[in-house]
Design a protein around this ligand. Structure first.
Ligand code: AMP
Ligand code: MG
Length: 361
């Protein structure tokens, strides 16, 4: 069975095929001119609920294969810590005994939650790593709900009411002077969902593992997130950003040499329709509902994939004006934003071009 036949037989993976093909097409574009010095070797596996592709520039020998296997292993280690579905994960344990003081949570989890709380604060709650119970009300626990239906209004109101009882945000991460770290969540309303940040952290770790192994040129893609290093035999890596309303179309193209992370959040990734209205997986904790900021696609460029990942979600919820302001305020952060009404914006240093503009260059 070919790889693609396998993907098409697994329903959860079907939706990723167009994006996967687009990214693969772009990632394989350049090496044909550089066959003498090396070529791109790509390998794709299912991890973190999505397809992860590791592409490296090199000779493709056995040693390179072993290094790539170790990179996938590192991604799975992070997944095992941050997954809220896996009953053995620390996040699962924390969510199922929220008011317990959890002493010395894994270092990776502390890093992710710390950054998540920082971005929560910077985005005035638009990014919120504590929305697991609200996501469950909407059915966004695993993938897209089979038979999507709106949650009961009573349940949403009860959730909002409980949340409002904690004006001091209810996820507490404390570091004692003696170095002991503790974590606890208030009430039964706060539960961790790191779906908008942990994948980014996993990609950062994957890239660190890649570089430690001696591979300096590579591209790692997981769902809408990616991290890039070096070049493709002296030429830039080229990446396509999916059109938010046409699965088979590329909206913009990014060309990069050197270290960079890029993450895209969109309302087309996981959604169901009710009465013609798109109910998607990025929720606004102020309304308890899918975000209706007007934005439908947000790409963020940053040094770390963890930051790009969380900020793409934050800006998506903030909307065009506040989102732009946040991007402009943060060092080393660039963005590309698209609204439902067709209005779009990209910051001056964003390393990508709209494809329709490129034709006129
Ligand atoms: P992304 O595709 O990176 O934007 O992440 C979306 C995922 O993050 C969702 O599937 C949820 O697991 C989680 N999520 C949804 N809404 C939010 C939010 N406002 N803040 C943080 N995480 C969220
Ligand atoms: Mg994100």
């Amino acid at each position: 069975m070919s790889g693609l036949t396998f993907f098409s037989k697994v329903p959860a993976l079907k939706k990723w095929i167009p994006l996967f093909l687009v990214l693969l097409f772009f990632s394989l574009w350049f090496p044909w001119n550089n066959r003498d010095s090396g070529s791109v070797h790509s390998s794709t596996q299912l991890a973190m609920g999505t397809l992860v592709t590791i592409s490296t520039w090199g000779t493709g020998d056995v040693d390179e294969g072993k290094k790539v296997a170790r990179i996938f292993e590192r991604i799975r280690q992070v997944e095992a810590i941050a997954s809220r579905q896996d009953a053995n994960s620390p996040v699962y344990r924390i969510n199922h005994s929220p008011q317990t003081k959890h002493v010395a949570p894994p270092e990776a989890l502390v890093t992710i939650i710390e950054k998540g709380l920082e971005i929560r604060q910077q985005s005035q709650g638009a990014f919120d790593p504590g929305l697991a119970s609200l996501l469950d009300l909407w059915g966004f626990t695993h993938g897209v709900p089979e038979k999507g239906a709106l949650p009961e209004q009573n349940d949403l109101s009860a959730w909002l009411e409980k949340r409002n009882q904690f004006p001091e945000y209810g996820i507490h991460l404390n570091k004692d002077p003696n170095g002991t770290v503790t974590l606890h969540l208030d009430g039964d309303v706060f539960a961790l969902d790191l779906g908008a940040i942990a994948k980014g952290y996993a990609l950062d770790q994957a890239m660190a593992t890649m570089k430690q192994s001696g591979i300096q040129d590579g591209l790692i893609i997981g769902g809408g997130d990616m991290i890039i290093a070096g070049s493709k035999g002296g030429k830039p890596w080229r990446i396509g950003i999916q059109h938010p309303r046409d699965r088979d179309k590329v909206m913009a193209q990014v060309e990069v040499m050197g270290d960079m992370a890029l993450a895209t959040s969109g309302d087309y990734e996981r959604f169901f329709m009710v009465n013609g209205e798109r109910q998607h997986h990025i929720l606004d904790s102020k309304t308890g509902k899918p975000s209706r900021s007007g934005l439908i696609s947000v790409s963020i460029q940053a040094k770390e994939a963890m930051v790009a990942d969380a900020l793409s979600t934050a800006v998506f919820v903030l909307g065009m004006e506040k989102g732009k302001a946040l991007i402009e305020q943060l060092d080393g952060v660039e963005g590309m934003l698209v609204q439902e009404n067709g209005e779009r914006w990209k910051s001056p240093q964003f390393k990508g071009q709209w494809l329709d503009e490129q034709k006129n260059d």
